[in-house]
Design a protein around this ligand. Structure first.
Ligand SMILES: NC(=[NH2+])NCCC[C@H](N)C(=O)O
Ligand SMILES: [Mn+2]
Ligand SMILES: [Mn+2]
Length: 337
């Protein structure tokens, strides 16, 4: 696992064990698609259930509570503001998601939200931060999703959630109708990006100005994933006193492993790199909230869809401790002829 030098000893001592939290896993679906223009992303929770996600997590020895899927309604007479087409509808759905996350966490469960597009993370992090007021965010994504409504070229809120949540950026972020309930609850120093490779101009400016911890694909190539995670923890949660929110955008993976997603970007993580990353994050035993977003079972061929859904499920299984390692019974003996 982590290299032994004085800087890392504390982290090793805390982390050098298997994922061992005995919190139950509370799963729910947020079939939300209005943060971007491709409707099919709302079918992801159903697609993940169809590959027996819930049952497989239970078979791995976890107590899993399925809280079902939320239902969202369009707000009538919703009008565009800036470039954003349906702000009130998105704001209302986000409030429902935030409340659900809060409710599940208050039951003492680790919450897994199945998206949906990445705009929903404005809500999952908001709900998480209500329960754990000091939160670190690991954002695994090809994109940093920190545009403001004024800098976004697309008007798609899935490219903006972190600007809504971050205290330091509020002078630059207009309050949108439908989002009156939202209180900025995280700081630039609590965020780490891993796997980014498609950064807009304003996002680049924000990352540089506030010195946000960022590991691009090149950084991962150069340092190796183990070192990237070690530096991530050093930067955003050095004493591991905070809980961690892990937001996993499936487009962090290379399109070879996750082709069915709305904004694929070449030269991404291999599936095994993604699995290793979440396996290591799990070892901190600090993650109490997970998002799995941007899987679009409508895009690409049937084979693409299967590849993408399987990859998403494997990432979650890897996090929750599935290993290929065979367990030897204590009385095992090698047979002699
Ligand atoms: N969650 C995502 N897939 N986001 C993609 C965002 C793409 C682009 N940066 C935008 O703001 O529109
Ligand atoms: Mn994203
Ligand atoms: Mn992305």
């Amino acid at each position: 696992m982590f290299l032994f030098n004085s800087r890392n000893i504390r982290f090793i001592n805390i982390c050098r064990r298997y994922y061992s939290t005995n919190r139950p896993i509370g799963v729910f679906g947020a079939p939300f698609n209005k943060g971007q223009p491709r409707p099919g992303v709302k079918y992801a929770p159903e697609a993940l259930r169809n590959v027996n996600l819930i049952k497989n997590l239970s078979l791995m020895g976890h107590e899993v509570i399925d809280h079902g899927d939320l239902k969202f309604e369009a707000v009538p007479n919703d009008t565009a503001i800036y470039n954003i087409q349906t702000p009130r509808t998105i704001g209302k759905a986000a409030k429902q998601i935030s409340d659900k996350v809060e409710e599940i966490l208050r039951c003492g469960q680790t919450v897994v939200t199945l998206g949906g597009d990445h705009s929903m993370s404005v809500a999952t992090i908001h709900g998480h931060a209500k329960v754990e007021n000091d939160l670190a965010i690991i954002w695994i994504d090809a994109h940093p999703d920190i545009n403001t409504p004024l800098t976004s070229a697309s008007g798609n809120i899935h490219g903006m959630p972190l600007s809504f949540l971050t205290k330091e950026l509020q002078p630059y972020v207009p309050k949108l109708p439908g989002f009156e309930w939202l209180k900025p609850c995280i700081s630039v120093k609590d965020i780490a990006f891993i796997g980014v490779r498609d950064i807009d101009k304003a996002e680049r400016y924000i990352i540089d100005k506030y010195n946000i911890t960022t590991f691009t694909m090149r950084d991962i190539d150069k340092l190796g994933m183990e070192c990237v995670l070690e530096r991530t923890i050093e930067a955003i949660n050095p004493t591991l006193n905070k809980k961690i929110h892990m937001s996993f955008d499936i487009d962090s993976l290379d399109p070879a492993f996750a082709p069915s997603t709305g904004t694929p970007v070449p030269y991404g993580l291999s599936l095994r790199e993604g699995m290793f990353l979440v396996e290591e994050i799990a070892l901190t035993n600090k993650v109490t909230g997970i998002d799995l977003v941007e899987i679009n079972p409508d895009l690409g061929s049937q084979r693409d869809q299967f590849t993408t859904i399987s990859a998403a499920a494997e990432v979650l299984y890897a996090f929750f401790g599935k290993r290929t390692k065979t367990q030897l019974p204590s009385d095992y003996v090698l047979p002699k002829p």
